[in-house]
Design a protein around this ligand. Structure first.
Ligand code: GDP
Ligand code: MG
Length: 435
């Protein structure tokens, strides 16, 4: 988004009195700025209505001034549009078939390389099928990319029948866990391209269709999204080229248009220029909120406290997953070692679980790396992590199987100790005071 929205936010941050009139003025400014930044007009109206309503009606939480409150509402509404939590790529079926969609030049083929690298880091070895019969040297480009990563590729530069290529690719890789299909982004006419995608989609029957959108194209993003979404079932979006000055304002409209979540962003031409999409970071960047970031953080301390309480309660009730353990690690990084934390709890003094008190920072970081190779499902359902998953996770994290097992053992011991502790010592009250 452009400079003017940043200016609006700054102006708002500088205001001392917030009343109905100023809120309306601010909302007008925000509307103007959003429109200038390529956000679709209907979306702008919807957003600004919500911002105005909430600013007028909601009481600021304690410790937050009215103007800080309006800023957090603007931020909050935009984040809500994208979904607060990052959406993960979950490999649920076998084979898990991912079909890439997008216009030529949007970055499909490059992004397939990036997704392959991402999946390799999680311990998967995906296979790729080239069905792009339109771009000269489409197969060569994929061949180079996949050879570099030692990834299996099916394609045939002499075959000009995309549907036939897809069928043969499916057959070739039917025993693979993940198959990724690259497609054309150009045809004689756009209608033909969309027809081809519709047919391909019927033949491939993908578990997930990923639409790749160039982050620099502005308003056209929502039209593109709509066109592809009418022809196929778009399940997720990847925004590319968010390096340089592009802020991806159009992406917001694309998401609102078709309701599919953004899962990743591309931030450069290299394989590692690739990130899991983080809505909050994206919006901060979009709003140019560097200056007022601390303000948002202030408002979020309240939320942080909630998370801490939630994690503590999970710890003590025995409903303690790997996800809670990761939250616990993150808190430990912020607040200091577990031992210190536990010592602060009245009546707990000597009862610190051995495992918790012996954790070193290195160990925690090692465990965090292993957990980053786990899927959301595995983090929430540690019991599901049997041998085959252990092997995959270890491979992805670049550690030995035993290291993953050690982590799981630590987790199980902690869970048991926490549960016992909860029964023996705790009422919720002292924990709340601590937090
Ligand atoms: P396709 O036609 O959709 O398959 O697009 P390609 O993958 O061939 O990419 C088209 C161009 O965009 C290439 O020059 C890529 O290097 C470039 N590209 C792709 N993703 C990114 C990105 O995230 N940032 C930048 N700067 N360039 C990108
Ligand atoms: Mg391509």
């Amino acid at each position: 988004l452009g400079k003017s929205l940043t200016n609006t936010m700054k102006k708002l941050a500088g205001m001392t009195i917030i009343d109905e009139k100023t809120i309306k003025e601010v909302v007008k400014d925000i509307q103007r700025a959003l429109i200038q930044s390529d956000v679709n007009i209907n979306l702008v109206l919807k957003l600004s209505k919500r911002i105005e309503d909430r600013s007028l009606n909601e009481k600021p939480p304690k410790g937050i001034t009215p103007r800080e409150h309006v800023i957090t509402i603007v931020y909050d509404e935009m984040v809500n549009l994208l979904g607060k939590e990052p959406h993960e790529l979950e490999i649920t079926d076998k084979p898990y078939k991912i079909m890439f969609l997008g216009l030529q030049g949007s970055g499909k083929t490059t992004t397939i390389g990036k997704v392959c690298r991402f999946l390799q880091k999680k311990g998967f070895s995906p296979a790729v099928v080239c069905t792009d019969t339109w771009r000269p040297a489409a197969y060569e480009q994929l061949k180079q990319l996949t050879e570099e990563m030692q990834i299996q590729l099916y394609g045939d530069p002499d075959n000009k029948d995309a549907v036939d290529l897809a069928k043969k690719g499916l057959k070739t890789f039917k025993s693979k866990k993940i198959i990724i299909f690259d497609t054309a982004g150009r045809h004689k006419e756009e209608k033909d391209l969309l027809n081809e995608m519709e047919t391909l989609s019927e033949v491939i029957n993908p578990n997930e269709s990923m639409l790749v959108i160039d982050g620099t194209i502005g308003q056209q993003a929502s039209e593109q999204a709509k066109a592809f979404s009418n022809a196929t079932n778009v399940g997720s979006i990847i925004i590319t080229k968010l390096d340089g000055s592009a802020k991806g304002g159009g992406a917001l409209s694309a998401v609102a248009e078709i309701g599919a979540p953004i899962k990743f962003i591309g931030t450069g031409e290299r394989l590692d220029d690739f990130e899991i999409f983080d809505p909050e970071r994206f919006i901060s960047r979009l709003l140019g909120m560097g200056d007022i970031k601390s303000l948002i953080e202030k408002a979020e301390e309240v939320v942080d406290e909630d998370l801490a309480n939630e994690t503590m309660n999970a710890m003590l009730s025995g409903k303690f997953t790997l996800k809670d353990m990761k939250n616990q690690f993150d808190m430990m990084n912020k607040m200091g070692p577990m031992k210190q934390l536990m010592n602060m709890i009245p009546g707990l003094g000597g009862n610190i679980p051995k495992e918790a008190s012996q954790m070193t920072e290195d160990k925690i970081n090692g465990y965090k790396i292993i957990m980053s190779s786990m899927s959301k499902y595995e983090m929430e359902n540690p019991k599901a992590i049997k041998q085959s998953r252990v092997i995959r996770i270890a491979k992805g994290a670049g550690v030995r199987n035993e290291d993953v097992k050690e982590l799981l053992k630590y987790y199980n011991n902690t869970k048991r100790a926490m549960k016992g502790m909860g029964k023996r010592n705790m009422g919720g009250g002292s924990m709340n005071r601590l937090m």
